[in-house]
Design a protein around this ligand. Structure first.
Ligand SMILES: [Zn+2]
Length: 208
């Protein structure tokens, strides 16, 4: 099927394609068969139906048909060229307003950047974290590559499953509090990697 890349989060290793049928397809960097994908690139891909109600259908075998030849991306055209307006656009595309779990207001999440990439998005009214973009420290320590298929699947598990309910969000908070130190330990102890890998493999398998 033909479609266009709507956005691609390079640091996270995934993005979405809008198919000609107006359906949005999730894709992962490993399914792209050309270098440096950008917004607006016209691509040919194999659509795969969704495997669960919670997830979007996915695009595989993505090949470039026509690179975006515009100097300005669609987002820049619509919303200007500053980082702030780009942030707004990213979440507009991700289906505009969402309800904040803390203050209950409908809002466009505000994205916070760390040095080189997206960190998390927050509610502009109350500051409550809406979504984490940070790396999975532990998964990266186990798989030794922050763009490994399993790491990308686990990130999806966090963003599309864990962050949708209360206990899951508490888990994410605790995870980000303790995992950087834990990840250091895991790097040094092969036995910890051996214990964690099958567990992570299972979750990644379900979510890939
Ligand atoms: Zn709020």
């Amino acid at each position: 099927m033909l479609g266009n890349i709507v956005f691609f989060l390079k640091d996270e290793g995934y993005g979405f394609i809008l198919g000609k049928n107006k359906i949005r397809y999730y894709f992962n960097i490993h399914n792209i068969y050309y270098s440096s994908p950008k917004e607006n690139d016209e691509v040919l891909f194999t659509p795969k139906p969704r495997t669960s109600l919670k997830l979007s259908p996915t695009a595989e075998n993505i090949h470039l048909v026509k690179p975006s030849n515009k100097h300005l991306s669609a987002s820049q055209k619509l919303y200007g060229n500053t980082k702030k307006t780009q942030e707004k656009y990213i979440d507009l595309i991700k289906n505009t307003k969402v309800q904040c779990t803390k203050c209950g207001r409908y809002m466009i999440p505000y994205i916070i950047y760390r040095n080189d990439g997206l960190k998390r998005s927050i509610c502009p009214f109350c500051g409550k974290t809406y979504k984490y973009f940070s790396p999975c420290f532990i998964a990266t320590a186990v798989y030794k590559d922050h763009l490994a298929n399993e790491v990308i699947a686990l990130r999806r598990f966090r963003n599309e499953f864990l962050s949708t309910f209360f206990i899951g969000r508490i888990f994410i908070k605790l995870y980000y509090h303790y995992s950087p130190n834990l990840a250091k330990k895991i790097k040094n102890y092969k036995i910890l990697q051996a214990i964690l890998k099958p567990i992570l493999n299972l979750v990644a398998y379900i979510y890939s």
